[in-house]
Design a protein around this ligand. Structure first.
Ligand code: HEC
Ligand code: HEC
Length: 163
């Protein structure tokens, strides 16, 4: 009983003592993904902005339907996209992970998805937890699997090239 209480307390308190948000930056992410890409494919010879752009623009067909990064993030990644009131037709859960069956009147209020390009939105790619979460959620939605380190590095290299 006491042990259970103690472990519950620890679980509740642990986040308070955890280090602050997982700060990172685009260069550090690229270095991590380059190491992983080398391990994934021994022939890896660097990231390609052209491949990254093509992957981002492509409509991928999977059992989950036809989806593309560019449906929710603008073809010009310096632009903001209207998440709620705009042209995107997606399940709530595609943008609110783990919220299957979510209903709210607030979905009628405009909510923006801000630019992905760091030149237009310096907050992008500065929190590794956020980057990991959204690459996981978005890649499973769009391509039905996790993105490879090469794909992630290609996309970020392209996004960084958009000034
Ligand atoms: C159904 C809509 C949707 C699709 C499709 C989508 N995204 Fe996203 N994405 C979001 C939302 C919502 C967020 C979180 C809100 C935000 O950060 O603006 C997000 C956040 C991100 C982030 C977080 C970056 C950061 O540091 O803040 C990355 C990276 C990302 N998306 C990449 C992609 C890639 C790559 C694809 C294609 C494989 C993709 N997204 C497809 C909706 C989408
Ligand atoms: C294309 C992406 C996208 C889709 C699809 C989407 N949302 Fe959102 N939603 C957002 C973004 C971006 C925000 C603002 C950032 C955040 O709170 O995550 C948001 C915020 C919210 C909030 C938080 C409260 C608020 O006022 O900010 C609620 C509630 C919400 N959405 C409900 C819904 C419901 C219900 C649906 C489905 C009918 C839905 N959303 C579909 C992108 C989306």
């Amino acid at each position: 009983m006491f042990i259970r209480l103690l472990s519950t307390l620890l679980c509740v308190l642990a986040p308070l003592f955890a280090p602050p948000a997982s700060a990172t930056d685009p260069e550090a992410l690229l270095a991590t993904w380059a190491r992983a890409a080398n391990a994934e494919s021994p022939g890896f010879s660097g990231f390609s902005p052209e491949r990254g752009r093509a992957f981002y623009m492509k409509v991928h067909t999977t059992a989950n339907g036809e989806h593309a990064c560019v449906h929710c993030h603008s073809a010009d990644p310096r632009q903001t996209v209207e998440g709620h009131t705009g042209a995107i037709r997606a399940d709530c859960a595609a943008c609110h992970p783990g919220s299957t069956g979510m209903k709210s009147d607030r979905s009628r209020i405009r909510r923006d998805i801000k630019p992905l390009a760091p030149s237009a939105n310096p907050a992008r790619f500065t929190d590794s937890d956020k980057v990991t979460l959204w690459f996981d959620v978005n890649c499973f939605y769009v391509v039905g699997r996790a993105c490879t380190a090469t794909e992630k590095g290609d996309i970020l290299t392209w996004l960084l090239s958009v000034k």
